[in-house]
Design a binder for this molecule. Structure first.
Ligand SMILES: *Cc1c(COP(=O)(O)O)cnc(C)c1O
Length: 408
């Protein structure tokens, strides 16, 4: 988006503010679709947890997307956005049998990732088709917090447990209609992805009633200049060919599914915050903004890099700054960054603020969460109001100790 547009939105809606560029979401969606246009049946299920605003879900629905969800609440948001239950897949980890049954009753596709629940679910609901999440144990991730393929990962049913898995299916008579993997965020290497896919293809031959194979996500997007991103065009070419061949061998046309979060929304997001104070210490110049890790947690949680620009002085001479938040705890967004000269009152813009930013925001320090604006077809839509103190105290039950009778 243009600098002036962003500044205007910050002016109109106040700061801090999340802005999403609908056209970029559309572009990424269509890019993935095009990369796999040689596959007869492709299904892209947007991973709701990346950015779960209902209006964003509605935009994705318009593009033809389905949803990947990890909680019953995400399923309910998807239904509110107008998605048909059959266009929602539910891929939880470590949730209760009761929640899984509740979601299955809504008609949503269930994806089970452990043998204990699989056995219980199959015994009680043998006619409900289930997808199974396989862990191929391929390390595709960059950051250990988000790599889910390693051998002691809590995700998925280990590929080494296939005999046990098959026995459960035989004993319960349940129907497996899909097989799934999600090898973790940040796939750098297409060859690694294809290697994991081979493990999944091999496992797939054990199931006779498959309708789809779900390759999860982990597409990498650039966060800084010269960052490597997943070449989805190359992946599309290679995986489509292999997938089509597999369908021939399997004897049935299957649907190829993906569930990208970051790829679809990361670059569409801009987080705008105002500089409250420029503080020169003996060694560092800090720029303190009207936000903190309560609003954008990724740098503190994962050490993630977010590119920061000074929208108020875009062409200014660059100097070194540490950008910090107002949370009373170490709250650093960037250390020693070259940014165009900053003055108090300037608006800073954090890039790649679409995925895992607002969705991880909290009220820590009793701060309200920011507003969200969707910029789409040359119009600004306020898609979430800025919170107020009322939102913070809404669920609090305030005890009046003076009138409360004493208990013994
Ligand atoms: C988080 C998640 C995704 C999305 O991952 P991205 O890296 O954002 O694309 C997809 N599938 C499952 C099961 C997930 O938990």
């Amino acid at each position: 988006m243009e600098t002036n547009q962003l500044l205007q939105l910050a002016n109109e809606y106040g700061s801090p503010l999340y802005v999403y560029d609908g056209a970029k979401i559309e572009l990424q969606y269509q890019r993935l679709e095009k990369a796999f246009n040689k596959v007869n049946s492709l299904k892209i299920n947007y991973a709701v947890k990346a950015l779960s605003n209902i209006s964003i879900l509605k935009l994705l629905k318009r593009l033809g997307s389905g949803l990947d969800t990890v909680s019953i609440q995400e399923v309910q948001l998807g239904l509110m956005a107008g998605f048909a239950p059959e266009n929602i897949i539910y891929t939880p980890n470590g949730v209760s049998m009761e929640e899984i049954e509740e979601v299955a009753a809504l008609g949503v596709q269930i994806n089970i990732d452990n043998l204990s629940i699989l056995e219980q679910f199959g015994a009680k609901h043998p006619t409900t088709p289930v997808c199974i999440r396989i862990n191929p144990h391929v390390m595709a991730g960059g950051n250990s917090n988000i790599s889910v393929g390693h051998i002691d990962s809590k995700f998925g049913i280990s590929i080494h447990q296939m005999p046990h898995l098959l026995r459960i299916i035989e004993n319960t008579g349940m129907h497996i209609n899909g097989i799934h993997m999600h090898t973790g965020s940040d796939i750098l290497d297409i060859e690694v992805f294809l290697y994991a896919a081979e493990i999944l293809f091999k496992a797939a031959t054990e199931f006779k009633e498959l309708e789809f194979i779900d390759f999860g996500s982990g597409f990498k997007v650039p966060y800084k200049k010269d960052d490597i991103e997943t070449n989805v065009e190359e992946l599309g070419k290679k995986l489509s060919k292999r997938f089509n061949n597999f369908c021939k061998e399997y004897g049935r046309e299957l649907t190829l599914c993906f569930e990208p979060g970051k790829f679809l929304v990361s670059e569409a997001g801009y987080f705008l915050a105002k500089v409250n104070v420029v503080k020169q210490t003996t060694s560092t110049v800090f720029a303190g903004i009207d936000s903190g890790f309560n609003h954008l947690m990724r740098p503190m949680l994962y050490g993630s890099y977010h590119h920061i620009e000074n929208l108020s002085n875009i062409k200014g001479k660059e100097r070194f700054y540490s950008i910090v938040g107002y949370i009373c705890e170490t709250d650093t967004f960037a250390s020693n960054r070259r940014i165009a000269e900053i003055n108090e009152g300037d608006i800073l813009c954090f890039r790649n603020a679409g995925a895992y930013c607002f969705s991880m925001a909290s009220n820590y320090n009793s701060r309200v969460r920011p507003a969200e604006v969707l910029w789409y077809e040359n119009k600004a839509y306020l898609i979430r109001e800025r919170e107020t103190l009322d939102d913070i105290i809404r669920k609090q039950v305030i005890v009046d100790f003076e009138t409360e009778p004493a208990t013994i």
